[in-house]
Structure formats: C-alpha cells, structure tokens
Ligand binder design. Sequence first.
Ligand code: SAH
Length: 367
Amino acid sequence: MQNLLDFDAQGLAAWFAEQGEKPFRARQVLRWMHRAGEADFETMTDLAKSLREKLRVSAEVCSPAIISDRLSEDGTRKFLFDVGAGNAIEAVFIPEDDRGTLCISTQAGCALECAFCSTGKQGFNRNLRVAEIIGQLWQANRVLGAGMRMGAESERIISNVVLMGMGEPLANFDNVLLALRLMLDDNAYGLSRRRVTVSTVGLVPAIDRLREECPVALAVSLHAPSDALRDQLLPINRKYPLAELMAACQRYLEKAPRDFITFEYIMIEGINDSDAHARELLDLTSNVPCKFNLIPFNPFPGSPFRRSQPERVRCFAEVLIRAGIVTTTRKTRGDDIDAACGQLAGQVSNRMRRLPSQSIQFQEVNA
Ligand code: SAH
C-alpha cells in the first residue's frame, strides 16, 4: 500500500505516471486530500470509477491517529499522535486574535540534548515520515474544521505553521522539505512562505540548503551570546559555533521571505539573563537584521533551571529595544496542559540512549 500523504505534488504526479495516470489526476487527488481533508477515494467523485477502484487497492491516505486532544483554559489545544512502536508526538494549536498557529513536530524525540529541553531528555527514536509531519496539519485541520479551501489566508483557522514542536526539523531535512512544499502548494495548504516558520538549533549546512531549496521564515534558537555558554546549553554549538551560525543567517537573508531572522532566546534565571548578556547579544548580531523573541524558561519535571523573573525579562528586553531591535516576550500558553515551549515530551521509546556519545547523532546534510 502506498501512503499518498508521503508525497508532495511532484512525487504524487510521478507515482500517478507510474500507474499510467495523467498528471491532472494527481492534482485532483492532492486537492481532495489536503484541501478537502478527504481520505476516502470513493468520495472523490470527479475521478473515474476505475481510478477510484485502482486507488482503493493500491493506495491509502493515512495520517497518525490522534490519541489525545486536550484543551487549555487559554484556548491552546494539544494533540498527541500515535506514530507506532510506543512512540507518540505532539502538535499544539495556538489561537490568537489575528491568526491561528499550529506548532508541529518533526522527529520522535530529539538527538540534540539541549540542557533545558524536555524533548531532548526523552532521547531520540527516529525521524518522522512526510505523512507523519504533514499528517499533523491534515488531522488538526479536520478536527478544527478549518477547511483550508475557505477564505483569505488571514481568516483561516490555521493561518500559520511553525516547526517548533518535538525534534530538530533540519536534522530530518528531506522529509521536512516535502512537508514544507505541501504547506506552500496552492493545491494543498497554500500558505505563504512568511507564514511557515522553521525553527532550528542552528545546523549550518542545512540552513544553507533550506535557503536554496525552500526558503521559508527562519527562527534560530540562540539562547546564549557566547560560545562558552552556548556550548554548555546547546552541545551542537561545539560543531557549529556562533560565528559560523551568524554568517549562515546573513546568507539566509538573501533568499528569505522576511527581511529578518527571528532569534529565540530562553530566559533562564542566573544563567543567560543579565543585562551584560543582552549587550553581548547586540555585538553578536550587529550584522544580522533580526528580531528577538524571549521565551521565559518553562520548567518540567527534573529540570535544573528556573524561569527568569518577569522584571528581569523586562529589563533584558529593554536593552535590546533601546538598541533598536524589535523584541517580544512569548506569552506562556497552554502550560496547564504541558503544551508550552520545551514541555512537549510525547512518548519516546528510546533506543538511542544506550549508545555512547549520541549528542551529535542526526542525519547529516550536505550543503
Ligand atoms: N529543534 C528546534 C525546534 C524545537 S524547540 C529548535 O531548537 O529551534 C522550539 C523552541 O523551544 C526552541 O527555541 C527551544 O530552544 C525552546 N525550548 C526548549 N525547551 C524549552 C523550555 N524548557 N522552555 C522554554 N523554551 C524551550
């Protein structure tokens, strides 16, 4: 059985060609699947009966099943998906006045072991398939009754997608790329590049590849102004230090749909949240047009850190703002259902843990 959710438009057309079918048939099926949220070939009424029958025996539209669906007091909604073999991943829908954002996962677990992240603590199991990545959007769309075919982009229930859930998107590059293409495709979700954001820990060669192959909005998890501190908090920094990361950000801006990079910066009490750290950030980023998004650290069981006090966050933001950098502080949403940043744990049956030095185990990508 071929799962048709594993294909982007091009892949689906190629598969249809192999079956001796015309490209416009693939387009029709793509629209039924992604715009109408349809999984049953029988209801795809503009397809010939013979084709529907052929698809019924050789193909399926199969997304991961929702195993729990929790609603926070603030309207945030967390979906837990079964991805088999004891693994579960999470997606979070965050409604706001002017948009609805779906935050999706790209890996079962994560291999990067950032010191402050609960997903990292779960260990790494595997990359998600295309159907599992796009399937989160496909399912959420159905459950929320979002029908992407309706209305202007800004009026849609899901108007923005951020790859900020479990996992490192750029460590699962090939599958993430196809999922991104579906999000942008007018015959699928039709989102504009600026409404789709990839968040990365900073895998430099993969940032360059994303720039060439599918430049969407980019967020970089910075979290520290110096290599000494960043090495401690994000071990991947030892492989791609800050100077290289900043240079990659500059290169990315040549193709980016927005004229700035978003730097995410966790605020951890006493670790990275002093005014001196903020001033160091100004130096570090002086050649990279950017915005800062401060994320007060979200605790999770067993975490060694504390969240910075609101007053500290305010002062830190002031330093950046006074230097002319647009700086926002992320409101903590959905923490009553463990849906806040860094709290997505899902369920990962961790086979990598037993291996030594797994800290840099991810799919290498070539620039
Ligand atoms: N691997 C990607 C995307 C996943 S995490 C990345 O690193 O960007 C999405 C954001 O949540 C990242 O900025 C991450 O550093 C942050 N985050 C992780 N743990 C957190 C925590 N406990 N509190 C607040 N933010 C956290």
